[in-house]
Write a new protein. Structure first.
Length: 589
């Protein structure tokens, strides 16, 4: 009776529920033009972190005022991963302190958020209500994707432009959008068996039906293989539960099924129309544009992935225990490419800097070794133990909700490009772990409690100031041509330090060339060489080629050209308009 009262009433919201609603309904929809990439380079990742740090601060504040601390029975399993990641990072060595620091803050921030969710006494009815909030957020994301399809380049300023017409929405990456929609579909299917919907108001049922139609449209239109695969797998897991409870709400089930059919049919029509557009583009000479768009939206090809995994496995064998160090993957993987090409000359590896193997397990094994793998295994065991204690029906439902993200992190890097997915994943872990809890006494002394309160406020204030400064820094990159003092915030922001260093090196080099200052060109070239040790991208090699051509140092010029050729084999048929490499081919090969 109490569960029904809680689940059907939307009048009594706890502060934590309001914060989580803001985290999923408001924070992810912030946007401004940006440099793209991962992490805090995506604007809405910053705003989501601002809300998440507020959740953590508020929860710790409650704990310090309470005589007890609440933990799930499997908390030690989940805590093992960040502890062992930190240990591995220290033992492997810290080559890039800032990269190492931000990576650890990401992981520990996730654990702190996970811990925070248990401190508010959220019962199942309230958790179901939060799950409905996620469904509502997925509907909003789908509407943003539909707007991108129909408005194309005429979208309003607050919505990202999708030049390819892919409905990537605020995620700025199509597979992230597709997986979020599939996850929301699994949540919606589960909620149709819950009192929140069965005994709830009609508008909630309408939201679920609309979301199902829009989500299926987005998944089909996006042409996302992983999206369709996870939809099939999740549906197989969820179907037995839905079938068993079909009689409880036949009308909603039928409406949902009709919505799925309508949405999928509309998606297939738009998809087929796009194929016709591609045929026209091929006939009119725009095939290259289409190829680039496809590569950008759908990730690496199957053959490229196999090559990435093969090199990564060799790297794991080199340092199996502690790995190569946190933040080392982009450099160690790139510098391992030449040896791989020698034994596999026809390999089709990406013609760009690879910062992640597109497999989370392999990624942590390369950087953190077996020590980190033990932490991952512990977290998996903790999740499975929590699932088995839910009962088969709820356990299968939560497994269906988890499976889209779990499969996605095996082929891409959603947690780094979308922090919303990270906190959504942690919400599910909370949902499966909230069944069996342990209450511990808060034994801290008055002095320690006061110290911890001050530390909590200080940490929250510093993190909030840093995140707000990061937003301003991100905006800086878009105003470099109009600002009298360009990059004034970004210059002092630690997260963008590497980007600023690169800009300064390039500026110093080319301005020194313009003023015929040979000594400064030498100095800048040395800086770029050191930079290349950590980020050996094609553009870094291009700048070095320009420097040594200007300095007339043919030996150094050809050495850099050889390194580039070994790491990024130049193919004139694939890249005909690359004058730097064409010139290097004539001079050195």
């Amino acid at each position: 009776m109490e569960e029904k009262k809680i689940s059907t009433s939307f009048t009594k919201w706890k502060p934590i529920e309001i914060m989580l609603a803001v985290l999923f309904l408001i924070a992810p929809f912030y946007y401004h033009p940006n440099i793209g990439g991962e992490g805090l380079r995506i604007p809405n990742n910053i705003t989501v972190w601002i809300v998440a740090t507020t959740v953590i601060w508020y929860s710790v504040y409650r704990v310090l005022k309470s005589p007890t601390v609440v933990l799930p029975q499997q908390f030690a399993y989940f805590a093992a991963f960040p502890i062992l990641v930190t240990l591995s990072g220290f033992l492997a060595g810290v080559d890039q302190p800032l990269v190492w620091l931000f990576r650890l803050l990401y992981v520990w921030g996730g654990l702190a958020f996970f811990f925070s969710l248990f401190q508010h006494g959220l019962k199942q009815g309230r958790i179901d209500r939060l799950l409905f909030i996620i469904v509502l957020s997925a509907l909003m994301h789908s509407l943003a994707g539909i707007a991108q399809i129909w408005l194309a380049s005429e979208v309003p300023f607050w919505l990202p432009i999708s030049r390819s017409g892919a409905p990537s929405g605020f995620f700025q990456q199509i597979n992230n959008q597709a997986i979020y929609q599939v996850t929301a579909m699994m949540i919606a299917g589960y909620l149709t068996t819950r009192p929140l919907i069965i005994h709830g108001v009609k508008w909630m049922m309408i939201i679920i039906v609309l979301m199902m139609a829009n989500a299926s449209f987005i998944v089909i239109t996006s042409n996302s293989t992983i999206g369709i695969l996870t939809l099939i797998v999740g549906s197989i897991l969820l179907l037995p539960i839905l079938w068993q409870r079909f009689n409880r709400n036949k009308r909603l089930f039928i409406c949902t099924l009709v919505a799925l059919i309508i949405g999928s049919s509309a998606g297939l029509k738009v998809k087929n129309d796009n194929r016709m557009d591609e045929t026209v583009a091929l006939q009119t000479g725009y095939a290259g544009v289409i190829d680039k768009t496809k590569a950008m939206q759908s990730g690496y090809s199957g053959s490229a992935r196999l090559g990435i995994y093969s090199i990564s496995i060799d790297l794991i064998k080199q340092k199996p225990l502690f790995g190569h160090g946190i933040g080392s993957f982009p450099s160690v993987w790139q510098y391992a490419k030449p040896d791989f090409y020698q034994s596999h000359p026809s390999a089709a590896l990406p013609y760009e800097l690879v910062g992640h193997p597109h497999n989370e397990i392999i990624f942590w094994l390369v950087e953190g070794g077996i020590i980190t793998a033990i932490g991952l295994i512990a977290a998996i065991i903790g999740s499975l133990l929590a699932l088995t204690r839910l009962g088969w029906q709820r356990g299968m439902a939560y497994l269906a909700m988890l499976i889209p993200i779990v499969l996605h992190i095996q082929i891409e890097l959603p947690f780094y490009t979308s922090v919303t997915h990270w906190f959504l994943f942690l919400m599910f872990l909370f949902g499966i772990s909230n069944h069996k809890l342990i209450t511990c006494k808060n034994k801290s002394s008055v002095v320690m409690n006061t110290f911890l309160k001050g530390l909590n406020v200080t940490a929250f204030s510093l993190s909030s100031l840093f995140l707000m400064h990061t937003i301003l820094s991100s905006i800086d990159f878009m105003n470099t041509k109009t600002d009298k003092n360009p990059l004034q915030y970004a210059k002092s922001n630690p997260y963008f330090r590497s980007d600023i260093e690169w800009i300064n090196m390039g500026s110093l080099m080319y301005s020194s060339m313009a003023s015929n200052n040979l000594e400064s060109v030498h100095y800048a070239a040395n800086l770029v060489e050191k930079y290349a040790l950590h980020k050996p991208s094609r553009h870094v090699f291009y700048v070095l080629l320009d420097a040594y051509e200007y300095l007339r140092l043919k030996d150094r010029y050809c050495d850099i050209a050889n390194k580039h050729q070994a790491m990024y084999p130049y193919d004139r048929t694939l890249h005909p308009d690359d004058p730097r490499l064409q010139q290097a081919q004539k001079r050195c090969f």
